[in-house]
Design a protein around this ligand. Structure first.
Ligand code: SF4
Ligand code: MSK
Length: 627
């Protein structure tokens, strides 16, 4: 029987084959045996109280309490939003705590002072004649207060157009504080509370907005202040970045507070000497999932791969340690690591995994903790079994690190200094209104074995750039693009004439890496600034979003805040809402009347790209009438 090709990435396919030879299982095997529950798939199973679980069927159209399919589906959806918003925002809160402990002589320092001062001014924090760290601590306190302040509403960043804020005010979806919105969902979905799909989705929107324009935004801004605002830099991507003769360490998870310290520890002369002592040529760090994005855009650390490749890194037999913090970590890594010499090291009390080695990362002694973790990897080098090693020779060149500021810097290359001022998004807005660029698309999100690995991302991106739609990308989609060579400036040859010309003039690739999942806030910032420049609402711009291979609750929150921000969003995998006709109607139709955008579900990425282009052209007509 012919083998099913599970990925468009040759390194992935080679290692899936090795897994078979080694007699170990991966997500790709488990997917074959898993038969998803049809009730769960439609979202019509409720286990909110112990009278259930209740399943909606033609014979039982209501749960024991009387909840309808729409009530159950909308509550399940809201809880996914709450889970996603909580994960992103708690990440933001942790970074705020790190900023609060930053000091001149400590491990954590202020790196982007300009950004700190901008934020301090925005939040009306006194900056005159004050020590940078005093200001930083007050900024951190202000940020922490945004999570749980008892009165008022969220402080929006200046990139939010006032037209959009008005839409939210009219719908009563302006978030109060971030934690409060998450708690409100948990309360409202308790048995005997909200039993109205419209209201449930309204609450979901408010919580999602508190993520995108609150918790995630804070995570990005404070990370930039601490670790530096990314600038374009070169890197390489795919499992071929692992080195035969070095101590290979995979950094996997999300929060840069850990990975930044590991990067420092891996440069420590004492540890480098120790690596030599155990017979290695050096220490090779490689990132996975969003940690990869964080460390590649600030340090050029190479990208080992995306979500679906985490087990495959261990399968190479050449990884001394996989160091993880939070989110998107397979529990399967623990038993798999036992089959090889790899140490699977968890570091966060929020993500302990049975079978892993737990070394708690102590932010108070950050570098010391990081060194201890790196030492574990070095000492493990001697246990590597040469006969088990197979590193696929596949890697691609990529340019990463396009923060909003970095994009504006690139745009300055085409500013006519006689007419325009530098440092704005005007050149980008001009390219869009003139039609040289038809529009822009944000392609984000995970891998999901329901979709051929990376196929959804890559086919969609290629189709869009071919049609002069510039693509910005984050998360595991960004890594798929890096592996496929689409983040290289050479990828201009795959772009349409207009986009290729812009890329040439501004010296960028046609697909811009903007960071990790929380950095979708950078996309919101850029889009918001263009809308403000043109004095239109975000929903009037020829801008679309997509998550072709999404899988996490975070992606549900992201999709909801992106749509609530006025950007049409395509999903390659249907969310578990199809059992609620009213919920489906709101998400895929009525939201357009409320927020000027809606969800689309289309598993074929090329078809989806054409639907996106069609919507872009519709929005262009609206803009042309206006200008
Ligand atoms: Fe069943 Fe209602 Fe309890 Fe859900 S909340 S499990 S529908 S009785
Ligand atoms: S890591 S949420 S698999 S993008 Fe942010 Fe990747 Fe999705 Fe996790």
């Amino acid at each position: 029987m012919e083998e099913k090709v599970l990925s468009i990435d040759s390194a992935t396919n080679e290692l899936i084959k090795k897994a078979k030879e080694d007699g170990v299982e991966t997500i790709f095997d488990r997917k074959e045996n898993m038969k998803p529950c049809p009730m769960g798939e439609k979202g019509i199973c409720c286990r909110i109280c112990a009278m259930g679980p209740c399943r909606i069927t033609p014979k039982t159209p209501r749960g024991l309490c009387g909840a309808t399919a729409d009530v159950i589906v909308s509550r399940n959806f809201a809880r996914m939003v709450a889970g996603g918003a909580a994960a992103h925002s708690d990440h933001g809160r942790d970074i705020a705590h790190v900023l609060h402990m930053a000091s001149k002589d400590g491990n954590y320092k202020v790196t982007d002072e300009v950004k700190l001062m901008e934020l301090a001014k925005r939040w009306k924090i006194e900056t005159e004649d004050r020590d940078v760290y005093d200001i930083a601590h007050e900024v951190a306190e202000f940020a922490l207060n945004e999570f749980g302040k008892p009165f008022g509403t969220l402080e929006f960043p200046p990139s939010l157009p006032e037209q959009r804020e008005k839409v939210w005010k009219d719908l009563n979806v302006v978030p109060r504080s971030i934690d409060r919105e998450v708690v409100t969902i948990m309360h409202s979905t308790h048995v005997g509370c909200t039993a109205d799909a419209d209201s449930m989705l309204n609450i979901s929107m408010r919580t999602a907005i508190s993520d995108g324009w609150g918790g995630s935004y804070i995570a990005t801004e404070l990370s930039d202040i601490l670790f530096g605002t990314p600038v374009p830099r070169e890197t390489e991507a795919n499992l071929g970045v692992l080195e035969e003769n070095q101590v290979n360490i995979i950094l996997h998870g999300h929060e840069p507070s850990l990975s930044e310290m590991i990067v420092l520890a891996a440069e420590d002369p004492e540890l480098l000497a120790l690596a030599k002592e155990v017979g290695a040529d050096g220490i090779n760090l490689a990132g996975m999932c969003c940690t990869a994005n964080e460390v590649t855009m600030r340090h050029g650390v190479k990208i080992a791969g995306n979500f679906a490749q985490q087990e495959l890194a261990i399968l190479t037999g050449a990884v001394e340690a996989v160091i993880v913090d939070v989110q998107c970590i397979f529990p399967a890594l623990a038993p798999l690591a036992d089959c090889y010499h790899t140490k699977f090291i968890t570091t966060s009390p929020k993500a302990r995994i049975t079978g892993a080695t737990h070394i708690e990362f102590d932010e108070e002694k950050a570098l010391e903790s990081a060194k201890q973790i790196v030492k574990e990897a070095i000492f493990n080098f001697k246990n590597r079994k040469k006969e088990k090693v197979f590193i696929p020779q596949t890697k691609s060149h990529a340019v990463v690190g396009y923060s909003t500021k970095a994009i504006i810097n690139q745009l300055d290359k085409v500013v006519n200094s006689h007419i325009d001022i530098a440092g704005t998004v005007k050149p980008l807005a001009d390219c869009i209104t003139s039609g040289v660029l038809r529009g822009a698309a944000g392609i984000v999100g995970c891998n999901n074995p329901k979709v051929k690995h990376d196929y959804g991302h890559i086919e969609m991106i290629k189709e869009l750039i071919k049609n002069d739609v510039i693509v910005v990308t984050t998360g595991c989609a960004a890594q798929a693009a890096a592996k496929a060579g689409l983040l290289s400036k050479d990828a201009r040859k795959l772009a349409g004439k207009g986009l290729a010309t812009v890329c040439e003039l501004v010296d960028i690739p046609p697909v811009l890496h903007m960071g990790s999942c929380v950095d979708i806030s950078r996309i919101l910032e850029l889009v918001g600034l263009v809308a403000k420049h043109l004095n239109v609402d975000i929903s009037e711009l020829p801008v679309v979003g997509a998550a072709p291979e999404w899988m996490s609750e975070k992606a549900v929150s992201i999709g909801t805040y992106v749509v609530a921000s006025g950007i049409d969003t395509w999903l390659g995998v249907a969310p578990p809402v199809t059992g609620g006709p009213r919920v489906l109607e709101i998400l895929t139709s009525e939201m357009e009347n409320m927020v000027g955008a809606k969800f689309f579900v289309e598993p074929d990425p090329v078809k989806a790209a054409h639907q996106m282009i069609e919507r872009i052209e519709q929005k262009r007509k609206g803009l042309e009438e206006k200008f």
